[in-house]
Write a protein of this length. Sequence first.
Length: 297
Amino acid sequence: MGIKTQFSIKDLEHLSGIKAHTIRIWEKRYNLLRPERTDTNIRSYSLENLMKLLNVTYLYNQGVKISKIAKLNNAEIESHIKEMGLQDTPEVYAVSEFKSSMLHFDPQLFHSTFNRLEKQYSFREIFFHVFIPLLNDIGLLWQTGTIDPSHERFISEHLKQKLIVEIEKASSKQPSKTENLFVLFLPLNEIHEIGLLYVNYELLSNGHKTIYLGNNIPTENLSHLMNHHDKMVFVSYLTVQPEKENLSNFITHLNKTISENNDNKVWLFGSQIINYDLEIPSNIKTFSSLSQFINEL
């Protein structure tokens, strides 16, 4: 699959939050965008059209009238955005910049935006106030087909890189809480690693010992750790796997695998577990959110 460079008016609506009907009015009344048209007269927008609309939307959401924006050239629009970005909440501006870095595949913009945030906020604040809203937006764009896999992968890999740097910093400190060893893993076919990486970061930052196994780990392989450690807490983040119909079997198998030692426990996170309504063994704890986890940590 090639990288997406042409966008439909629905794509523009999903990315900008401006209704397709309004975009058409802006086109007709202000000549704001210049789409190409297919043989069947369907609008097709270039990346340049899309970026202009996102810039226009940013100013429009800041209260600038569309009639005034329409009179500005691209350089003037960008100048106004920079001025307003300084006045706006840095989190909102950062999410917009990260999306722009994704659409342009621009790592420098990603890093410069992060570096600016890092001067003002703790990593936890950046994660909760910028990364989570960004990931929620990216998820919606992915589900609607507005962005393709390369866009999603670009953002997720850059977020993982930042997490790994913070994990390295936290790992350099001597653990102060050694009662339990935390073993972090994702089950088979689960590749969404950002949530689990963040849990690892918080555990290390709070002085706990962890072993990070990463993604795609068969449950039975966890038994190998029994020969080396006791009093373990197995931590997993179930975003899309196991699927709902297989979740009960996964929990049963996981509990059986780790229960050779009665001191072992399981902590489960993620959207798959949140709505799970069957009985869960007493040594398995579920978290409805990362905020709940931090509050209880």
